[in-house]
Design a protein around this ligand. Structure first.
Ligand code: HEC
Ligand code: HEC
Ligand code: HEC
Ligand code: HEC
Ligand code: HEC
Ligand code: HEC
Ligand code: HEC
Ligand code: HEC
Ligand code: HEC
Length: 379
């Protein structure tokens, strides 16, 4: 029986490890299976914790005179992702039930310092997520002294945690709690509006920024590679078909002067001195809408007029006809761009022909040299 319990707990440990849950500080529940007493002491301690902590009114005091309620909703805790697998002291190590009986001097300066300190507990079990977080702009800001930058608890909460992937709309709302300006723009965009109506095909904040390893989006490198973020969905034939959208927007972008340059930079490690136009320069970032709006009936001239405005951000002297250098998202045809079309076909035919002639030239030379040598030896 003990052997079986040990086997089960070993298997459990293995499964946790494979899920990225670190065992550096093995929580009490892992050992519960092989514990001598059927009812672990920490599990009953949890009941004791609730004797006080399910009573409203008790408060934790801070040095700045503010307080925080220490009420924990038992039902919320039991329904949370940790509720059925962890006990209180897995996170609140060394805390005994009688700590509440003595009045202590406040230990923490304020509520924020308290949260930052307690948030360190997550890394003991979720080390993989913690290391990713160490690479993020939020962590960088936090270590530079910006106490408002988020830590685990700000996005996940502490006792009422639910699956952070669901529902998807909550992810953007989570980021939006602090990034109110960006969130408002996003909410009004074609992506944000679709998300609000339960569309699962549009991007939430973390599709472009990730949740834990958020990179600095204002760096030149981020700009150079950002077209890949859009391409993930906009060159996905099946997804685009559902909205009757052109799936060639990426290939046509990469074929033009801006796209070809950005692709070259994206493949190396550098960034250009001057930003080169990418999807977001023409379409916006968080405020993306159909290029001319959904209802406006517009002519080609309207599109050119608006388009040249986007060119002027970088080509200050651009005129309306300058915008024609951009062939739109349609592969050039004999009708829309005859010159480009002809040049493209010229090279398509000329290149292989030239190579064939070159090879033929070498072969003829070899043959001639060979023939001369044979003739020479005969003499
Ligand atoms: C006798 C009542 C009582 C019991 C039992 C009790 N607590 Fe508390 N707890 C308090 C009170 C009162 C406070 C707020 C004042 C303070 O910090 O002492 C508090 C504060 C806390 C805090 C916030 C302070 C900090 O250092 O983070 C945590 C966490 C906590 N309790 C966890 C627990 C855990 C875990 C248990 C069970 C092992 C438990 N409590 C059992 C009364 C109690
Ligand atoms: C997964 C880790 C984890 C577990 C398990 C856990 N806590 Fe906490 N607890 C935290 C964190 C993190 C904070 C700090 C939250 C904050 O500042 O917003 C905290 C804060 C608290 C506080 C201070 C008031 C508050 O809500 O911020 C009390 C009281 C507390 N916990 C009691 C408990 C009790 C009782 C249990 C068991 C039923 C428990 N905790 C289980 C991580 C945990
Ligand atoms: C004592 C170990 C331990 C601590 C400390 C701990 N967790 Fe967990 N956590 C687990 C285990 C075990 C699971 C369930 C296994 C899994 O799915 O990864 C889990 C699951 C989760 C999940 C859901 C994972 C999923 O795949 O759906 C999230 C989110 C999470 N924890 C966040 C946190 C945060 C935030 C903290 C800090 C406040 C924290 N955890 C502290 C052990 C811990
Ligand atoms: C800026 C907000 C934010 C911060 C900070 C954050 N997370 Fe997350 N986390 C999320 C979001 C959003 C998700 C779910 C969506 C995703 O992974 O893209 C998530 C997912 C998770 C998951 C479950 C993964 C899954 O696939 O279900 C775990 C575990 C987790 N986070 C742990 C942590 C830990 C530990 C920390 C602190 C080191 C942390 N998170 C900090 C927002 C955050
Ligand atoms: C608790 C508040 C909070 C939450 C939640 C939060 N952030 Fe932040 N974030 C900040 C702060 C503060 C900064 C510092 C710069 C600023 O003030 O905008 C920042 C910076 C950033 C930056 C860099 C901005 C720049 O100009 O360099 C990005 C990108 C970012 N956050 C994305 C996210 C995403 C994505 C989420 C959700 C997964 C999220 N944030 C959730 C507070 C938060
Ligand atoms: C479709 C991809 C995409 C989505 C979705 C997205 N972003 Fe961004 N975000 C970007 C790009 C690209 C940049 C960099 C813009 C640049 O080149 O300067 C950026 C820049 C930022 C910045 C820094 C610059 C600024 O405007 O303050 C913050 C903060 C930010 N995003 C937060 C968010 C939040 C919060 C959400 C969700 C509400 C979100 N983003 C959704 C692509 C996206
Ligand atoms: C997670 C997938 C996804 C990502 C990433 C994404 N989009 Fe979208 N986008 C969509 C879907 C789906 C629609 C259609 C929504 C609808 O019509 O309800 C859409 C609509 C659009 C539209 C409106 C098209 C029209 O005329 O109706 C534009 C423009 C657009 N996206 C540009 C971008 C740009 C630029 C980026 C990168 C910064 C980007 N998208 C990233 C999925 C995505
Ligand atoms: C030089 C400006 C420019 C760049 C760069 C650009 N677009 Fe566009 N895009 C446009 C214009 C203008 C339209 C409107 C189409 C038209 O009427 O010709 C458009 C249309 C679209 C549409 C709607 C297609 C449809 O079927 O109606 C999507 C989606 C889109 N672009 C995505 C992208 C993505 C993704 C990128 C980057 C890979 C990108 N665009 C790069 C200017 C640009
Ligand atoms: C984000 C800035 C940016 C925007 C917006 C932009 N461009 Fe450019 N463009 C560049 C850069 C940088 C180069 C490369 C110039 C160089 O090599 O020095 C370039 C190169 C070009 C070239 C190649 C010839 C030349 O001058 O080197 C043409 C043509 C061009 N752009 C047209 C356009 C048109 C048309 C638009 C508007 C639809 C536009 N650009 C919008 C930055 C931009």
């Amino acid at each position: 029986m003990t052997a079986l319990a040990e086997f089960v707990s070993t298997l459990f440990v293995f499964v946790l490890a494979s899920q990225g849950v670190s065992l550096l500080s093995a929580p009490a529940f892992i050992f519960r299976a092989s514990a001598a007493t059927p009812e672990s002491s920490s599990a009953s301690a949890t009941e004791q914790c609730f004797k006080c902590h399910s009573q409203p009114g008790k408060k934790l005091r801070f040095q700045d005179g503010t307080t925080k309620s220490v009420y924990i909703d038992k039902a919320e805790w039991m329904g949370s992702i940790h509720g059925s697998i962890l006990v209180c002291v897995d996170c609140h190590k060394g805390m005994t039930p009688n700590h509440g009986l003595v009045q202590k001097k406040p230990r923490f300066k304020n509520a924020r310092e308290y949260t930052l300190e307690r948030s360190n507990t997550c890394q003991h079990c979720h080390y993989a997520y913690y290391t990713r977080f160490l690479d993020s702009i939020h962590y960088e800001l936090q270590s530079a002294g910006n106490r408002a930058a988020p830590v685990c608890v700000d996005c996940h909460g502490s006792h009422a945690m639910t699956d952070p992937q669901l529902p998807r709309v909550e992810i953007s709302r989570k980021c939006g709690r602090c990034h109110t300006g960006v969130y408002r723009k996003y909410q009004a965009s074609v992506h944000g509006q679709a998300l609000e109506s339960d569309n699962q095909d549009v991007p939430v904040c973390t599709d472009c920024h990730t949740a834990h390893a958020i990179a600095n989006p204002t760096s030149g490198r981020f700009h150079v590679t950002s077209y890949n973020l859009c391409a993930k969905c906009h060159s996905d034939q099946k997804r685009m078909k559902r909205y009757n959208l052109n799936p060639d927007v990426l290939s046509t972008y990469l074929d033009d002067f801006h796209g070809a340059s950005n692709r070259a930079y994206a493949a190396s490690t550098g960034a250009p001195q001057k930003a080169i136009a990418t999807c977001t320069d023409c379409h916006g970032i968080h405020d993306i809408k159909p290029f001319m709006g959904t209802t406006a009936s517009h002519s080609r001239a309207d599109v050119r007029e608006r388009l040249v405005g986007t060119c002027r951000k970088c080509h200050a002297e651009a005129t309306v006809s300058f915008a024609d250098a951009w062939l739109s998202h349609y592969p050039p045809t004999l009708k829309t761009a005859p010159l480009v079309w002809l040049v493209k076909w010229f090279f398509k035919i000329a290149n292989p022909t030239l190579i064939a002639l070159f090879v033929l030239n070498i072969l003829l030379n070899l043959w001639r040299a060979g023939a001369r040598r044979t003739r020479g030896s005969q003499i």
